[in-house]
Design a protein around this ligand. Structure first.
Ligand code: SF4
Length: 233
């Protein structure tokens, strides 16, 4: 079986998971109650698998799907404000064929890049519990193991993703730095395995306040391309 087929099988398994009772109840409740603006749509209401190239050199690691974004459309960062910012930046960086991400069938394709999350189900208030984080961690480990032949850099969106990278690095590459390097925007760690590049999360809280600007995000993806050995955009 090819790596792409293995990834597709993993994605299918992820989308059927019901391991966390609180998150299963929440994602399904949101899918029934809906937001008024989307009341005519059928929500995905399930775990959201990774999205992008099977031979990705760059893995973007987020926190969890948004209740009315990924949990609605079934694709990472699709249909919410965070995704609007992220995909526009990926398009400017030459890593996405279009700037808009509105639905799973909108024609969006990523180059060299895959996007995934530490927790695959939308959590209440975007806050998974430590138990839910740990329950979902094997999916990230398996995804990274499948991407290992091509993976060169992980872009951690926010401190939560940054901290969730270390167990995956240990499990897949057998590397466990002590102490763990601290998260920071623009921080690069290269201690074996893929490079780790920190970025503030593309949340509205950061982008509306100017803590994370489009120019800062452009710098992140220029650096990600450099670390991944992908030529200029
Ligand atoms: S958060 Fe992860 S482990 Fe928990 S139900 Fe969703 S997919 Fe399964």
């Amino acid at each position: 079986m090819t790596s792409a087929a293995d990834l597709a099988a993993l994605d299918a398994e992820v989308s059927e998971c019901r391991r966390c009772p609180r998150l299963v109840a929440w994602r399904e409740r949101v899918a029934v109650e809906k937001r008024a603006a989307f009341r005519d749509q059928t929500y995905w209401g399930r775990p959201v698998p990774g999205f992008g190239a099977a031979d990705a050199r760059i893995l973007i690691l987020g926190l969890a799907p948004a209740a009315h974004g990924g949990n609605r459309t079934g694709r990472m960062f699709t249909g919410d404000r965070s995704g609007d910012v992220l995909y526009a930046a990926l398009h400017r960086a030459g890593l996405a064929n279009q700037a808009e991400a509105v639905a799973a069938d909108d024609g969006l394709r990523l180059a060299y890049t895959r996007i995934t999350a530490s927790v695959r189900c939308a959590p209440p208030e975007n806050k998974p519990t430590p138990q839910e984080r740990d329950a979902c961690a094997p999916f990230l480990r398996r995804e990274v193991a499948l991407l290992r032949p091509t993976l060169r850099v992980v872009v951690a969106l926010g401190a939560f993703a940054w901290s969730n990278w270390w167990p995956a690095l240990d499990a897949v590459y057998g590397i466990a730095p002590r102490p763990r390097p601290a998260f920071g925007h623009g921080v690069v760690w290269q201690g074996g395995g893929p490079a780790l590049l920190g970025s503030y999360h593309v949340s509205q809280q950061n982008t509306f306040t100017g803590r994370l600007t489009p120019a800062m995000l452009d710098d992140v993806f220029v650096e990600a391309r450099r670390l991944a050995g992908v030529g200029g955009a």
